[in-house]
Design a binder for this molecule. Structure first.
Ligand SMILES: *Cc1c(COP(=O)(O)O)cnc(C)c1O
Length: 408
């Protein structure tokens, strides 16, 4: 048997079934009208943000990275919890505006912003995190034409990266941000051209589980921000420190000690260089805020055996949960946390493979896991499905279409 990832805390069994926010899995499926289904828990989102705020210094604002989960009811709920939103496309700008979020709370990063996207963001009053000198020039031209003072920040490509992170976003040549050495000249130019100067965005990586690595990166980030602000010759209104706090997905992963991260940041905030004394600091997080609050439910449509192995074939698959199949940024496939939702408190009885309904060997949701004996009609749960599930999977592959989603 291969181990399964750790099921996040906060889930219980009711009448032998997985319960999410106090609702049984079968009841949720009935309410939503069928499977496959993503269920997101309002109460888990609220609790996660509250715990993070309690751990972090008051001075640190929290932003939600929309790309992790842009489902409108989730965004609307997050709008009451976080201070701002980070978007990465004009499509996400439209999504946050449709959710009633004030674009003044939004910043827009991401390489390859088209003129139409820059224009929409400037017109709406969102902050642009500029990814190149070329993009800066286009943004200034567009703002000039519109007669609007643009809110401009610079995304810095730091020389360091976040150690142990699942996805490195800094260190060496990157399509993201502007190399450190060229940042002060561009900052001076933006200020001279009359832009509303919004400071730096420094994002060094994501999905790190080591508090020490995150603390080290935050120290490097603050030192870099101070140096670049000095060299720019202007006070720094705002500094987005990036995020990087990961969640446990795989066997042996343990949660980040956020108390330790917050305490180290509070110490640094108490001892800032003069150039950062009045700076507003922000951390931007996606998966840490929403990942564990989501569960993907699929129904078993066939149970079969091949060469002595059991296959539980579901109506879901990698078209909704690409990451769980091991095909979204992982090198070695390992099992996400998963369970038979309709036999949640039953003992392990057999080794089984949970697969999706797509005609490709990539479509595996759990490999040789230990489960109670499950049959056609049972529901399977894949946990840690709140981030990069529905939004980061090829829903149209094989003509399948998207899963249902509900927030409860
Ligand atoms: C994707 C992204 C995030 C969110 O990353 P998570 O690992 O989900 O926290 C934050 N900032 C930027 C710039 C990103 O591209």
């Amino acid at each position: 048997m291969k181990p399964l990832g750790p099921i996040p805390s906060g889930f219980a069994a009711i009448d032998g079934e997985l319960a999410i926010a106090g609702h049984k899995a079968t009841a949720l499926v009935a309410q939503a009208g069928g499977t496959p289904l993503f269920v997101y828990s309002r109460e888990m989102l609220t609790r996660r943000v509250a715990e993070l705020r309690a751990a972090m210094p008051d001075r640190l604002a929290l932003h939600y990275a929309v790309k992790a989960n842009p489902f409108a009811p989730v965004l609307e709920h997050m709008a009451g919890l976080v201070d701002g939103f980070d978007i990465a496309s004009g499509g996400e700008l439209a999504i946050v505006q449709a959710a009633g979020i004030d674009p003044a709370r939004v910043s827009f990063a991401g390489p390859g912003k088209r003129d139409t996207e820059l224009e929409a963001a400037i017109a709406a009053g969102a902050t642009l995190n500029l990814e190149s000198e070329g993009e800066a020039a286009r943004a200034l031209d567009i703002a000039n034409r519109l007669g609007i003072t643009p809110k401009l920040a610079i995304r810095v490509n730091p020389e360091f990266d976040l150690k142990g992170s699942g996805m490195k976003m800094g260190g060496g040549a990157k399509p993201f941000g502007i190399d450190e050495a060229r940042v002060p000249a561009l900052a001076r130019r933006l200020i001279a051209e009359g832009a509303d100067w919004r400071g730096f965005h420094i994002f060094a990586g994501s999905q790190a589980l080591s508090a020490d690595a995150i603390i080290e990166t935050q120290g490097q980030t603050l030192a870099l921000a101070a140096r670049l602000a000095e060299e720019s010759g202007a006070a720094l209104p705002k500094c987005n420190l990036g995020g990087g706090i990961g969640i446990p997905y795989f066997p042996g992963d343990v949660p980040v000690d956020i108390g330790k991260v917050g305490a180290a940041l509070a110490e640094r905030f108490a001892d800032l260089p003069d150039v950062l004394k009045d700076t507003a600091f922000v951390m931007e997080l996606g998966r840490y805020l929403v990942g564990e609050a989501g569960v993907y439910l699929a129904q078993i449509v066939d149970r079969k055996e091949s060469h002595g192995e059991v296959y539980l074939v579901t109506d879901g698959g990698l078209h909704h949960q690409l990451a769980a199949s091991g095909n979204f940024g992982t090198v070695v496939r390992r099992n996400y946390p998963s369970a038979i939702a309709t036999r949640y408190d039953a003992a392990v009885e057999e080794e089984a493979n949970i697969v999706g309904c797509l005609c490709t060997p990539l479509d595996r949701l759990a490999d040789k896991g230990g489960f109670p004996r499950a049959d056609v009609g049972d529901l399977v749960a894949i946990f840690c499905a709140g981030a990069y599930g529905a939004s980061a999977s090829p829903a149209m592959f094989l003509g399948q279409g998207p899963a249902r989603e509900i927030l409860v």
